[in-house]
Design a protein around this ligand. Structure first.
Ligand code: ADP
Ligand code: ADP
Length: 224
């Protein structure tokens, strides 16, 4: 899947309250790229993530996935496309507290009226080290375990792309390191595209291509 953003701008408010949150961002993300985007608070990171993942629409500009302009999809087409192609990992894990780990993981499929592939679920949970925690509720799990459940949920529908927003922001450095190793393997071994938003330089430098965003302007600072 190739993602191509052209001159993406997002302006909030008007007059004195006008904020240019994103200023003509151009970005091409190739299949199985690992990209990090770093920037100070208020620089436009969340806005960019919301636009790239089709959660929000820009003031101007275009975004294509394999040549298809996704902002021209209907809301229904767009949410189906997102559920199929994109997995999200958040800083706050966003697990539903009354559901078990397994129920949380398979929720995206149930919303799509699909049944989980038990073999894939088992592979995923073995690999993430949460097989013996599937019947636990989120509050019975450590932060690192909750984030690994969230990663399994992001992968259950076998999307091409994972967007991770400060995935280690609520973890101590040991669990954070483990979660980053897993995310990196998802990109290396499973061949997924990985886009990570972070303000941790150690995480940013793990990526193959590093970007910085300042006042809504995105620049590539390093690539290997
Ligand atoms: P970051 O994620 O880097 O902290 P954001 O993308 O959240 O930055 O915000 C970029 C800029 O846009 C900030 O100046 C913020 O105040 C502004 N902004 C974000 N969302 C809104 C909104 N819904 N309404 C008005 N201004 C917003
Ligand atoms: P990690 O190093 O992964 O963050 P912790 O040291 O926080 O793990 O937790 C160690 C063990 O204690 C884990 O296996 C977890 O299941 C269990 N545990 C952590 N928090 C809770 C809790 N609130 N309730 C029940 N068990 C917990």
């Amino acid at each position: 899947m190739i993602i191509e953003a052209k001159e993406l701008s997002k302006i909030y408010g008007s007059g004195e309250n006008k904020v240019v949150a994103l200023n003509e961002v151009d970005l091409v993300i190739a299949a199985s790229d690992f990209i990090s985007i770093m920037g100070p608070s208020g620089s436009g990171k969340s806005t960019l993530l919301h636009l790239l993942s089709g959660l929000d629409k820009p003031t101007s500009g275009s975004l294509t996935y394999d040549g298809k302009e996704i902002y021209s999809f209907s809301d229904k087409e767009l949410s189906a496309f997102r559920r199929q192609s994109i997995g999200f990992v958040f800083q706050q894990f966003n697990l539903l507290p009354v559901l078990t780990a397994k129920e949380n993981i398979i929720m995206p499929l149930l919303l799509d009226k699909k049944q989980p592939d038990e073999k894939y679920l088992k592979q995923l949970s073995d690999w993430l080290g949460i097989s013996n925690r599937l019947t636990h509720l989120p509050h019975e799990l450590s932060g690192g375990q909750q984030q690994r459940v969230a990663i399994a949920r992001a992968l259950i529908a076998q999307p091409d792309i994972i967007f991770a927003d400060e995935p280690t922001g609520n973890l101590d450095s040991k669990s954070g390191g483990e979660v980053m190793e897993m995310l990196k393997n998802i990109q290396r071994k499973m061949g997924k595209t990985l886009v990570i938003i972070t303000h941790d330089n150690r995480i940013a430098t793990m990526a193959d291509r590093q970007f910085v965003i300042v006042d809504g302007v995105l620049s590539e600072v390093a690539a290997r």
